[in-house]
Write a protein that binds this ligand. Structure first.
Ligand code: SF4
Length: 234
């Protein structure tokens, strides 16, 4: 088993945040009516994608009836429909949909993860939960470090949660910290011989943004393809 697969397995067994453990398990028990016949994952959702990814996409946390149901980031909900369609459109995914762990989807040179691995009530992890979960992201970044060259962060909350993890994992994050904006691009130097990383901001693929046209498929494709070029994803 490679180190990242081992990390993913350990993340899936984490119970460090009592409020989130209760919530994710309660959602998995009570379910949404449309999924009443399904067995929910109901555990922390690990990152998804190859261990030698050059590009990392970071959200905030899994959705109660999306990742928390299916066990894969952005899988089985409308946000994921938008994200994986765009990844497919720019050549980073083998298929345009992500519906279940066994659907055969492969990502090419890109991995998808989150700074909080458990679905939170109202999609809002507390600052303490974000801090507790950050150590998993720091370890994931550490394992991806040899190949990772660019990152796309979806939304301001993910941005705030990710910058400290990047700093802890060995990249030089400027002070004051760069502000989130759609289309923001920040070059982070690596510390101690580590390669630099291009950090991109993108509006979150939430329904609130995609249904209102704040984030269009074209805008998303533009950020993803620019980041893929920066990371030299083949
Ligand atoms: S949010 Fe992160 S640290 Fe907290 S229980 Fe889930 S996996 Fe563990």
């Amino acid at each position: 088993m490679d180190a990242l697969t081992d990390l993913d397995r350990r993340i899936a067994g984490c119970r460090a945040c009592p409020r989130l453990v209760d919530w994710r398990e309660e959602v998995a028990r009570t379910k949404r009516a449309a999924f009443a016949d399904q067995t929910y994952w109901g555990r922390p959702v690990p990152g998804f994608g190859p261990p030698d990814a050059r590009l990392l996409i970071v959200g905030l946390a899994p959705a109660a009836h999306g990742g928390n149901r299916t066990g894969r980031m952005f899988t089985g909900d409308r946000s994921g429909d938008v994200l994986y369609q765009a990844l497919y459109d720019v050549g980073l995914a083998s298929q345009p949909t992500s519906v279940a762990l066994d659907d055969g989807l492969e990502l090419y040179g890109v991995r998808v993860t989150a700074p909080v691995h458990c679905a939170p009530p109202a999609n809002k992890p507390t600052p303490g939960e974000r801090e507790t979960c950050r150590s998993w992201l720091v370890r994931e970044l550490g394992l991806l470090r040899p190949t990772l060259r660019a990152m796309v962060v979806l939304g301001a909350f993910g941005w705030q949660a990710t910058l400290p993890a990047l700093a802890e994992a060995g990249w030089s994050v400027p002070r004051p910290r760069p502000a989130f904006a759609h289309g923001a691009r920040v070059a982070l130097d690596g510390v101690g011989g580590l390669d630099g990383l291009d950090l991109f901001g993108c509006f979150h693929v939430s329904q609130r943004n995609t249904f209102t046209g704040r984030l269009t498929p074209e805008m998303l494709r533009e950020v993803l393809s620019t980041a893929a070029r920066a990371a030299a994803v083949p």
